[in-house]
Design a protein around this ligand. Sequence first.
Ligand SMILES: NC(=O)c1ccc[n+]([C@@H]2O[C@H](COP(=O)([O-])OP(=O)(O)OC[C@H]3O[C@@H](n4cnc5c(N)ncnc54)[C@H](OP(=O)(O)O)[C@@H]3O)[C@@H](O)[C@H]2O)c1
Length: 325
Amino acid sequence: MRRIRYYQYGTPDVLTLEEADVPVPGEGQVLIRVEVIGANFVDTMFRRGPGNGTPYQRPLPGSLTGDVVGTVEAAGPGTDAGLVGRRVAALISEDAFADYVVADADWLAEVPEGLDDGDASMLPMGGPVALRVLRTGGLAAGETVLVDAAAGGIGHLAVQFAKILGAGRVIATAGSPAKLDFVRDLGADVAVDYTDDDWPDQVREAAPEGVDVVVDSVGGPTLLRAFGLLAPFGRVVVYGAAGGELSAVPVTSVLRLNSLVGFSLLAWRAARPEQARREMTEVAEFFAAGRVRTAVHARLPLTEAAAAHRLLEERSQRGRVLLLP
Ligand SMILES: NC(=O)c1ccc[n+]([C@@H]2O[C@H](COP(=O)([O-])OP(=O)(O)OC[C@H]3O[C@@H](n4cnc5c(N)ncnc54)[C@H](OP(=O)(O)O)[C@@H]3O)[C@@H](O)[C@H]2O)c1
């Protein structure tokens, strides 16, 4: 089979297509024949390597994460043989860019009948993260929420889930006019270009009484400036650092009755596995009912993994970038 790895850190050109053996599912794993792979921005940071504006690190040789959709081809020891032949989706943390992957049988998302590849790719991670960060922020009906990087893979789902959870006002930030139109189409009440220096003033104008919940995956100055926008008892949920900076947040930022909480899907799965599984099912039901949709920005062949990474790094994507074996 074919797979993508990298043997040195650097530009997207370090991504290398190679031949490898089809992996053998171990205890508790299944083998999946891959139909589509959702690419994750974080891999561009891993790939750039230490010291290149990224706080994240992976050892070499590097392999890619991905949200894989496919058909179970074989069930490993200790798994249900009835899984064979089922269309599933899984978050794969190693060697996801490949014709076949092995996945933890405990965390497979069953794909509802008729779901397209873009929506299916959001079942194991993008959907659950988008929904759970809003819940971690305790978003209540009628409240104002600010979604950063709102045109991205996870962000564009967070805009839609915020509406479903009953947000009174959804303010979406993104980095280009095309992205602002995109997030408005998805239901954002206000769209703000946070590459404008005065973007916090634009948010204040839209929410003079302050923002109740911020969900941030950018970090750095964007995160720090968000604190100045909070209403009393406002909550900031941090779940990424796409800007490349791990921010030190001064405690004075939270003295006005505000709070800061972090979110990681893997930590959530470990701490509340049953709830995390229920949320995967809940997300699948939202997609199946057509209440949330995934915008697919590009579908590229696996051989064009470097082009996929360039799209993510150029920040041009609206929604999800998919790779097809
Ligand atoms: N905590 C978790 O469990 C978890 C799980 C998965 C992903 N994540 C995080 O969630 C975030 C979204 O992931 P995704 O895969 O859906 O990515 P994405 O949102 O599609 O891409 C990242 C976006 O971040 C924005 N951005 C802001 N400053 C940037 C900078 N200096 N360089 C590059 N991009 C910048 C860009 O949007 P604009 O051009 O609009 O600014 C870019 O499109 C990432 O930070 C990722 O690490 C967290």
